[in-house]
Design a protein around this ligand. Structure first.
Ligand SMILES: [Zn+2]
Length: 500
């Protein structure tokens, strides 16, 4: 061992024992809170200083292993295909880690020009802050790569200002006044770096956008455990709209905004225990339902896009077994089949034992658009208290099950969102129609008294204006609407109470 190697080995050993003499791994769990946090920051200080040396040495190993050196390159002499493999073998880190360190080093540190004169560091402020042990690896990487990406196109003065500002924010120093601020986390630094990137290279955003336009897509990537996986690569404006839809329907406790007193009371009664991801899924289901009902959607063979679900009559009756959705390999539960039937309608096929089709029943349709409008006027949205899914995204549920003879009639149809429809048999919520007026009662774990309450989300004031509507269904609806037009008032101001 030469002198330097000896001194390094000794220094590493003494640094290690110095740290361990203060706190050892087995002592961590017994540290008081403040001591624990102090330990975290102190160890990170050491780690950052070590990282600066890791980055510099990794970059140098890769530099000496560059292909242009031919058979004389360092990696070749040590029997490795490149510098990254050599680093991985030396340190036992993943090659990915070696690549990240070496690239960062190459991106910030001084270089020699081809004729051997030394050039200034590429990112002097980042390099200096890393060397000082104040700027961490993640923040340095975010800043360096963003600036290097636009370096050729950005104005040099702006580029330097951006580097100073970004490093300043990461360290908690205002670049202009020198005042202390709260240091940015690495994630915040990355976000800020992207903003600078857009400012430094406005055309780059456009180029990115063009690339993104080509790369956009939704791809089915397989299935596992009864779930079908999709990969979605959405343009920012589409993602923005999707987020907006999710936000508007997620319960306030998930979106994190303050609740009004009314919402607080409602949040208490819903007892919604879905995760945010599950809620987003269910909102998506509701949106799909609304879209497939939209008259603007292209029709397939003259009919609105219909999802065909097939199930054996015995399985449907017994409730065990599975149904099959056209075009999807995975089976669906009988409950899901019933939900399809409840909302969509049924057509029966009679088969001989050898599989021959004997007869086809006529299609028994679900609620018509007109009936749906009437029900919407009455219910105003998903009937379950606290649920924020709007009427347009709800399914119409047969209160008395269709298969048990429940009629497809406005007096037997109520609005439920996909989730509450899906769980109506198991959630404990109950719905009852009393002469065409829906009442709900909560499960016992939400309301011990299990009181029936009249349920509506319609913003009309019952009884404000009475519209006589005798008979049922389509005719009522037309008369009600006709009356609305005559009166020249908007639907939200109109109260409709059915009599007779
Ligand atoms: Zn609901």
């Amino acid at each position: 061992m030469d002198d330097l190697t000896e001194r390094l080995t000794a220094a590493a050993a003494s640094a290690l024992s110095a740290v361990r003499s203060v706190v050892a791994v087995h002592e961590v769990s017994s540290l008081p809170d403040n001591a624990l946090l102090a330990t975290v920051t102190a160890i990170e200080d050491v780690g950052r200083a070590i990282d600066a040396l890791r980055v510099a040495t990794a970059a140098e190993v890769v530099e000496r292993s560059r292909p242009s050196l031919g058979s004389d390159r360092l990696s070749r002499r040590k029997g490795c295909r490149n510098g990254f493999e050599l680093l991985a073998r030396l340190t036992q880190v993943a090659e990915r880690t070696a690549v990240a360190r070496a690239r960062l080093g190459a991106g910030i540190l001084p270089r020699e020009s081809l004729i051997g004169e030394s050039l200034p560091p590429k990112r002097p402020i980042v390099a200096q802050a890393m060397d000082a042990g104040t700027l961490g690896l993640d923040s340095a990487t975010a800043i360096a790569f963003m600036l290097n990406t636009v370096a050729d196109r950005a104005e040099p003065g702006m580029l330097a200002a951006a580097e100073e500002s970004l490093v300043g924010s990461a360290l908690g120093v205002d670049a202009e006044t020198g005042e202390q601020t709260v240091p940015f986390t690495a994630d915040q630094t990355r976000v800020q770096a992207v903003q600078w990137q857009a400012a430094l290279d406005p055309d780059g955003v456009k180029a990115d956008e063009e690339r993104a336009r080509v790369g956009r897509g939704i791809t089915k990537t397989g299935s596992r455990g009864g779930l079908i996986r999709y990969r979605m690569e959405l343009l920012p404006e589409i993602a923005g709209r999707l987020e907006r839809i999710f936000d508007s329907c997620l319960t306030p406790k998930v979106t994190g905004r303050f609740l009004t007193a009314e919402e607080q009371a409602e949040a208490l009664v819903t007892g919604d225990d879905r995760t945010p991801a599950q809620q987003r899924h269910d909102v998506f289901a509701a949106v799909l339902d609304a879209a497939s009902r939209s008259a603007e959607l292209p029709t397939i063979g003259g009919a609105f896009p219909t999802v065909l679900v097939s199930v054996g009559a015995d399985e449907l009756a017994s409730g065990s077994g599975a149904g099959w959705i056209d075009g999807i390999e995975e089976p669906v539960s009988i409950d899901a089949v019933k939900q399809f039937a409840c909302t969509g309608g049924v057509q029966k096929g009679y088969f001989a034992p050898d599989g021959r089709l004997l007869a086809l029943g006529s299609p028994e349709r679900g609620f018509t658009p007109q009936q749906r409008r009437g029900i919407t006027l009455r219910d105003g949205g998903c009937l379950i208290p606290g649920c924020t899914i709007p009427a347009g995204w709800c399914e119409v549920h047969h209160v008395e099950e269709y298969s048990r003879g429940g009629p497809t009639h406005t007096d037997n149809g109520v609005l439920l969102c996909w989730h509450h429809h899906h769980t109506i048999e198991t959630s404990g919520w109950e719905i009852q129609m009393r002469t065409g007026v829906p009442y709900v009662r909560p499960p016992v774990w939400i309301d011990r008294e299990r009181e029936w309450r009249r349920a509506t989300k319609a913003r009309t004031r019952p009884g404000a204006i009475q519209v006589e509507a005798r008979g049922t269904g389509v005719e009522d609806e037309r008369r009600v609407q006709g009356r609305v037009n005559e009166l020249g008032v908007s639907g939200t101001e109109l109260g409709v109470r059915r009599t007779g």
